[in-house]
Design a protein around this ligand. Structure first.
Ligand code: ADP
Length: 257
């Protein structure tokens, strides 16, 4: 039987972040604390130097960790506005083609009367690039990246952590190596990566997840080892008032009296 892995993301990226980072931080602090204890009794200068270096290194890693955390946290301020995905995706195709290698084909499928969505366009672009980079890394021998956008009205059958209403579902699918159940279950954790040092930060999917949740949408991932991965984003439909307000260049002025 073919087991399909399916996961709805319920973890809140920041909650997960706290646990993992607190653990790493504690490890670094215990290197420093035990280093101090040993330093107090050590007499050999070479040994003292070694201890001091180990402690300095732990402190540097701690500083690096907080720097990355702050960069991650700073991203959380969003400026949502109405966005027409049709034109936006057409523009993104070029950017994607430059991000991907030539042996990866890009397919874009859009429903004709797609609703405008209410998102931070810059953050959505970052999310799509993060997903494209992951897809590229998952297809070392080439493959196909398929983007699909369609309107979706959620009623009570929808996901429990979503408000009923109108959304646009944007699916990003690759036919690459896929994820094992272990990797899938941790994929959204900030700083979780299976890539070699220097090749992954482990923040790609955490950004995607944090961004869509904060926008009032949802993200989920389906993946099957050897077959590929599909990330589905539900983006909230922009209310008509928001679209009208955005299309007005300047707000209406009352005549001076
Ligand atoms: P990074 O790409 O920096 O490792 P991400 O948060 O984007 O960080 O991804 C975390 C991990 O999830 C990756 O290291 C990889 O193991 C797995 N992953 C993400 N996207 C895909 C994909 N499209 N196909 C296979 N594995 C993936």
């Amino acid at each position: 039987a073919q087991a399909q892995l399916f996961q709805t993301l319920k973890l809140e990226a920041l909650g997960q972040l706290t646990g993992g980072v607190a653990h790493d931080f504690n490890n670094l602090l215990s290197v420093i604390t035990s280093g101090i204890a040993l330093l107090r009794t050590a007499e050999d200068p070479a040994r003292r130097e070694k201890l001091a270096e180990a402690m300095a290194q732990a402190a540097r890693r701690g500083a690096d960790l907080t720097r990355r955390l702050l960069t991650f946290a700073r991203r959380q301020t969003l400026h949502p506005g109405p966005l027409e995905l049709r034109g936006w995706l057409t523009e993104m195709r070029e950017l994607l083609a430059r991000t991907l290698r030539g042996d990866i084909t890009i397919e874009i499928e859009m429903q004709p009367d797609l609703w405008p969505v209410l998102v931070d366009a810059g953050e959505l672009e970052l999310a799509l690039l993060n997903l494209a980079v992951n897809a590229r890394d998952a297809m070392p021998r080439g493959g196909r990246l398929r983007l699909r956008a369609q309107n979706a009205s959620l009623s009570r059958a929808g996901s429990p952590d979503l408000v009923d209403g109108d959304y646009v579902r944007l699916c990003i699918a690759d036919n690459g190596i896929g994820m094992t159940p272990d990797v899938l279950s941790r994929a959204f954790e900030p700083f979780f990566t299976t890539k070699e040092a220097g090749h992954g930060t482990g923040l790609g999917l955490a950004q995607v997840y944090g961004f869509v949740r904060q926008s009032g949408g949802a993200a989920r991932v389906q993946s099957e080892p050897g077959r590929g991965t599909t990330v589905s984003l539900l983006l909230p439909r922009a209310p008509a008032e928001a679209v009208q307000a955005a299309s007005r260049e300047t707000p209406p002025q009352l005549p001076d009296t």
